[in-house]
Design a protein around this ligand. Sequence first.
Ligand SMILES: [Cu+2]
Length: 623
Amino acid sequence: MIVQPIDYFLVVWFVLAALSTAYVAWDQFRHNPEAPVMKWGFTLMTLYMGPLGLLLYVLADKEPHPGTHEQFTADLWKQGVGSTIHCVAGDATGIILAAVVTATLGLPMRVDLIVEYVAGFAFGLLIFQSLFMKASMGGSYLENVRRTVLPEFISMNAMMAGMAPVMSFLMMGRDMRAMVPTELIFWGVMSLGVIVGFAVAYPFNVWMVARRLKHGLMTEPRAPSHSAGQHRGSHIASGHTAHAARSGKGGREHQMQPDATVPQRVAVAFVTSIMLLTGLIVPGFYVNLALSAADVGGSIMPPGMIMPFDTPAETMREMRAIHPRQIVYRAPSDAHGDQPLPPRVENGVKVFDLEAGVMRWNILADVYVDTYAFNRQVPGPRVQLTQGDRVRINVRNSLLESTTVHWHGLVVPNEMDGPAKITQPPIPPGGTYTYEYTVEQAGTFFYHTHDHADRQQAFGLYGALLIAPRDGDEPRADLDYTIQLQEWLKREWLTFPAMLMEGGLPNFFTINGKAYPSTDTISMRTGQTIRLRFVGTHNNFIHPMHVHGGPFEVVALDGATLPKPARYLADTINVGPGQRYDVIWPARRPGKWIVHCHIPHHTTNSNVETKGAGGLTMILDVR
Ligand SMILES: [Cu+2]
């Protein structure tokens, strides 16, 4: 699934890798007199390294003309390529197999790395070096193990010194889909890791080939018509001994005499060990290697989030984007939220059904956000009640995380209040919970999630709860309009929960789920009044909401109507999270009078003004 721009690159890369691998395999097995172990090595490495594997093969191992393989591959740098390919093919295969297993088991990353090292070493030594080479080198299996353990140790250390940091930084980085083997980017990280590991291991392999500690490329004898003698002669003349050990069907005797001194071997083994430890440990100074794919795998974190090595999994889960794969519904781009929810009456109780789910929602004609929403709208449906009503609200949780609903400002039985783990067990994914209470107050209220509200309310789990007074006595206006504020963080095609944290700041702002110019325009006539109910359904800022065209009268605060002497005139009110202000504004003069937040950034759409404004702006159009 294409979720990030890198996914396009990865698709192209792996197509190229497949084509490259097909060519290398075909050419190796059809045309090249290379030893079987190297045929497999090149084929596997081209699978892992894509076009780079193809390049190495063509430059170092593919004979230009039939019969010239031995001569062509004699150069030390080519022998070094062969030696590295041979080693890394085994190591990388072991590492990748282990990575798939550890990721599936959900082991912490730092355990993964150790298991991968052991698996890579074992696979490389016991299978690729000793078993496959036995056919070429002669001798017993155990002799081969003993002979190749030091070269394998040196090469594997260097390889893992390069591959481990790539895996650690990229898997535990922003896009933690890289920890999940079913994601393409996991394989991309593996490929990059093998490429870097190859580059780090290469110089050590060149040295080992030069010192005859390791084999490089080899030439298998062709059919008898080809002159084996000529081959033998040429390589002896070349002076390169790595493949001098064997040549020709009868040449199975192992003649390689290493000429590296003991201090040299010890020094190289020691330094590569230091490199390995550095590669394993140092990334842990920057990213949290204690986490596993089970904790955070698949998460994509916001750009700009500070995520040092002590960032817990809970923090990451709280701030990660909604994965587009979770979306089950895409609302039409002109859909509106805050739609009245008609109750059904059962034995005198008003019954409502709310369902929390994941959907895609347009805040502008050409900008969507991924949301958690009640009943497939943002804001959730409007619940309209009358003081004294008995209500029952069935909440179904269709999210992949638990949730609850809180009735903000209402006096209800404590177990109906909603705070997860405090007054009720959270509603599990797929679960339901029924809230039932009698409404004692009247005024402007709202409902919202009270389970991980930092995340869930930021994603859209809120809606208006408007209660008419039993006696009908409330400040009157000709029109009535509810304004629910919200902040969004949409970047790189993904929606993150907007929060006051590094990397979490919002860049879009909405009134009733729409950013200006997609917000409503209210038509009025001169002399009419409108009751604006500002609701702080958002999570972070205090929005100084301002109306042009003269002051309004503040008639209610937080669902409580002010007695007449306490009402006051103002033209700006600070709507903080959770607060409600009911104001009555008279249309004094014709024209387009705007309602907007007075923090100018909040009247832009990702810092762009469209048609004069953006975000928290709407128009009262008076004629
Ligand atoms: Cu604001």
